[in-house]
Design a protein around this ligand. Structure first.
Ligand SMILES: Cc1cc2nc3c(=O)[nH]c(=O)nc-3n(C[C@H](O)[C@H](O)[C@H](O)COP(=O)(O)O)c2cc1C
Length: 215
């Protein structure tokens, strides 16, 4: 038997915190689809480096170009303003061991905060764009803005697409699967799966990748 969830908010869904369903669609917690977690890095208008912990993205292209599609960037963030102003941004992939330090960049998020210092990260200058990169990242991508679009028309989130212009990969991650897809590799967000029967809220999970087979 399959459970059906429609566009109408399911009355038995209880939020994990009061504003949860003002920020997120109930389909988000119905589906609980994991996505990679990484940090977007930009310069603030005052010249301080900014880091933004981010999920809800995908990465793809064709023979001619490769793109990062950040499907759900809140328009109130410094990052959104910085990207619109600078027309570029860095993406930095760090292992799960850096989770708390990345959250620290959210806790200390003021205009006058050096968010690299807040997270204890070293700064690396990008090669092709005007953006700071996190030196500790095992993978960093330099992107130029190609499109920023209000996702739903509600003025809340934006879908931001960037064209990847340059990549940095830590040498220890250059071969094989062990480093990129384990505890040292990509970190993913599992967005708080709802108990679809009782409506009880779930907690978000932070995951790593376990490769089951090769293709
Ligand atoms: C695990 C996790 C994932 C997040 N993913 C996103 C996201 O995908 N989009 C977004 O707009 N904010 C996301 N956030 C919230 C931002 O990190 C937060 O609003 C941050 O303070 C914005 O930074 P800024 O104002 O310096 O740009 C996430 C937070 C956490 C803890």
């Amino acid at each position: 038997m399959k459970i059906e969830i429609s566009e109408a908010f399911p009355e038995h869904f209880r939020p994990a915190y009061p504003e949860e369903f003002e920020l997120f669609s109930h389909f988000e917690t119905t589906a609980g689809i994991p996505s990679p977690l990484f940090a977007i890095t930009t310069w603030k208008e005052n010249g301080l480096p900014n880091a933004c912990f981010h999920a809800w993205s995908c990465f793809h292209g064709d023979r001619t170009a490769f793109f990062a599609v950040m499907g759900n960037l809140y328009q109130h963030t410094h990052t959104y303003a910085n990207i619109l102003r600078e027309k570029c941004f860095g993406l930095n992939f760090l292992p799960i061991g850096c989770y708390d330090r990345l959250v620290e960049t959210i806790r200390r998020n003021g205009m006058d905060e050096d968010e690299f210092q807040a997270g204890g990260f070293a700064l690396q200058e990008a090669r092709t764009i005007h953006a700071p990169l996190i030196a500790e990242a095992f993978l960093s991508l330099e992107c130029t803005l190609t499109e920023a679009k209000d996702l739903t028309g509600a003025g809340q989130t934006a879908m931001v697409t960037g064209r990847v212009r340059h990549a940095w990969v830590e040498e220890a991650y250059a071969q094989g699967y062990d480093r990129r897809y384990g505890k040292d590799g990509f970190m993913l967000l599992v967005p708080a799966p709802q108990d679809l029967l009782s409506g009880a809220p779930g907690q978000s999970g932070i995951a790593t990748v376990h490769i089951e087979r090769l293709d």
